[in-house]
Design a protein. Structure first.
Length: 540
């Protein structure tokens, strides 16, 4: 009886970087039920989950060369498939022998350390990564780990206070135990180091020992399983399995007897539903040949899937805010002010509405006076809760015009517009235009008081020093003052907004916690001090 200890057979490492990328809007991108297979679209996909998989392995050069003479196993699995990836059915999946399916007593996973986790650890301990580059490189190497289920609780307890035992590792363990080994073992205990290939694994080929004088293994690619999180049950649902062949290239080696490969596979799965959450389980797959059971004149060839790499859960939602309109045209029609604007240049093409804002002074905050919406039923749009329904206008087509029937000729009024995308994200303020009616010339006088781009909580951030209507010296603040030989500093709070409107009553408010930071150019010392302004509040 031949036993094979696969743990020590292959010197390899696998790393996966996963992310969701949103390039362009499609009207049916949130339509459910079209996300089963992994579709690897590398030509201008509109939205996709990217899996950047890197695998490295070592072989004895002579044995590796002999193994290249084997028949292409892919054709043995699916003779009619000429393209990759191969989407596997249950019959083909039987040939992929997973180690953890034959070893129910252990939790076998790949432990991963990502850059973001290492950065958190370094920030916590105030460590400079550049001083410990070798240690960082070692931590980023993914390592196979086996946890005996009998001592799992002790394992958690011993690592509970370790900053290196991150939430991602706990998630991988839970998924493995609750998903990959959900069914209990049939009472048979097996030693992990003695997985009986010839008894428990399914071969897909048997050939004569003649002409093949060695028994070895070869890395051939990745088995990738796709899962989706059910939003109602909050449980993973299996979607499909696909096999991706290796695209290995040889690396330089100081030893002539060692063959090193570096395989990088980039999958762009654009068969995903916007708003859903997915994760993938990736198995490095090896082709292995050993003498057949009870017949050493023949060779059995197996596909063996090593320890699984479980990705993070990937939420298919964009976080990029739309661009603001940068052009506005204003004219007077029958004592009403008509505002026109151009659709901003938006690379994602998902602008689905606009908000029109108005105020009568630079000291006052903006108030939304109208909102235009033309969203699709699949947009997963969530409206701003502060917007009243009576000022919302729903239309079928893209609309870029609004008529203000409450325009007051006798005072200066300032207008601006924000864009709304398909998900309800709003842009920064667009160009801010002040308008007043000249009764002598019988026309509106226009003043551009700010260029586009001011954030919603700081409408006066981009004000120029002087415009046609306003002298803005009181609103211009240098963010990086430089002073020499300072003995005393006085700090004055000059907020952008001194009041807000509530129930048709203006409430003045000025309070909060602030921080003052001073940096010495001579010795690099920093001083940071918190300032608490209790403020005042009263109604006029």
């Amino acid at each position: 009886m031949i036993n094979f200890d696969f743990l020590n057979s292959t010197d390899f490492s696998t790393n996966v970087n996963e992310r969701f990328i949103y390039n362009f809007y499609e009207s049916n991108e949130s339509e459910p039920g079209k996300d089963v297979k992994i579709i690897n679209n590398n030509i201008n996909p509109t939205r996709f989950i990217e899996l950047d998989i890197t695998t490295k392995a070592k072989y004895d050069r002579n044995k590796h060369t002999r193994y290249n003479n084997l028949i292409n196993f892919i054709n043995l699995i699916d003779l009619n498939s000429l393209t990759y990836p191969l989407t596997l059915d249950n019959n083909n999946l039987n040939f992929f022998n997973k180690l953890h399916d034959r070893n129910k007593d252990y939790i076998d996973v790949v432990f991963d350390k990502k850059d973001k986790e290492i950065n958190k650890i370094n920030n916590f301990f105030n460590i400079q990564s550049s001083d410990f580059s070798e240690a960082v490189d070692f931590m980023k190497l993914n390592h196979k780990a086996s946890i005996n289920k009998v001592i799992k609780d002790n394992f958690y307890e011993n690592n509970n206070n370790s900053v290196f035992f991150t939430q991602d590792l706990t998630q991988s363990i839970n998924i493995f135990e609750n998903l990959l080994q959900k069914n209990e073992q049939d009472g048979v205990n097996r030693d992990q180091s003695e997985i009986r290939i010839t008894e428990n694994f399914v071969p897909f080929q048997r050939h004569s020992m003649f002409g093949f004088d060695t028994c070895y293994y070869k890395y051939v690619g990745h088995l990738v399983e796709k899962y989706k999180i059910d939003e109602i049950l909050d449980e993973p649902v299996f979607k499909s399995s696909s096999f991706f062949k290796s695209n290995e290239r040889e690396e330089s080696s100081t030893s002539t007897n060692i063959y090193k490969i570096n395989d990088r596979l980039v999958i762009k799965d654009n068969n995903v539903v916007y708003g859903s959450t997915y994760f993938y389980i990736i198995y490095p797959t090896f082709l292995m040949s050993i003498p057949s059971k009870n017949d050493y004149n023949t060779i059995d060839t197996f596909l063996v899937c090593d320890y699984p790499y479980i990705t993070d859960q990937i939420e298919c939602k964009e976080t990029i805010r739309p661009e603001a309109p940068s052009f506005m045209k204003i004219d007077l029609i029958n004592d009403n002010l008509r505002i026109k604007w151009n659709k901003p240049v938006d690379m994602q093409g998902d602008i689905k509405g606009y908000q029109i804002f108005k105020r009568d002074s630079l000291e006052n905050p903006y108030k939304i006076i109208h909102q235009i919406e033309f969203h699709s039923s699949f947009d997963l749009y969530e409206r701003n809760v502060q917007v009243d329904d009576d000022i919302v206008e729903k239309v079928d087509n893209h609309k870029t015009v609004f008529i203000d029937k409450d325009f007051k000729k006798e005072i200066i009024q300032i207008y601006t517009i924000c864009s709304i995308d398909a998900r309800g994200f709003t842009s920064n303020y667009g160009t801010q235009i002040a308008v007043v009616f000249d009764s002598k010339q019988r026309k509106c006088i226009i003043d551009t008081v700010s260029k586009a781009g001011a954030p919603l909580h700081m409408p006066n951030l981009l004000l120029p020093r002087k415009t046609k209507f306003f002298n803005n010296d009181d609103y211009i603040v240098s963010n990086t003052p430089f002073e020499e030989k300072v003995k005393k500093i006085s700090v004055f709070a000059t907020p952008e907004c001194f009041s807000f409107e509530k129930d048709e009553t203006y409430i003045k408010l000025l309070k909060g916690n602030y921080k003052l930071g001073i940096f010495s150019l001579e010795n690099g010392q920093k001083l940071s001090n918190e300032i608490n302004i209790n403020g005042f509040e009263f109604e006029e």
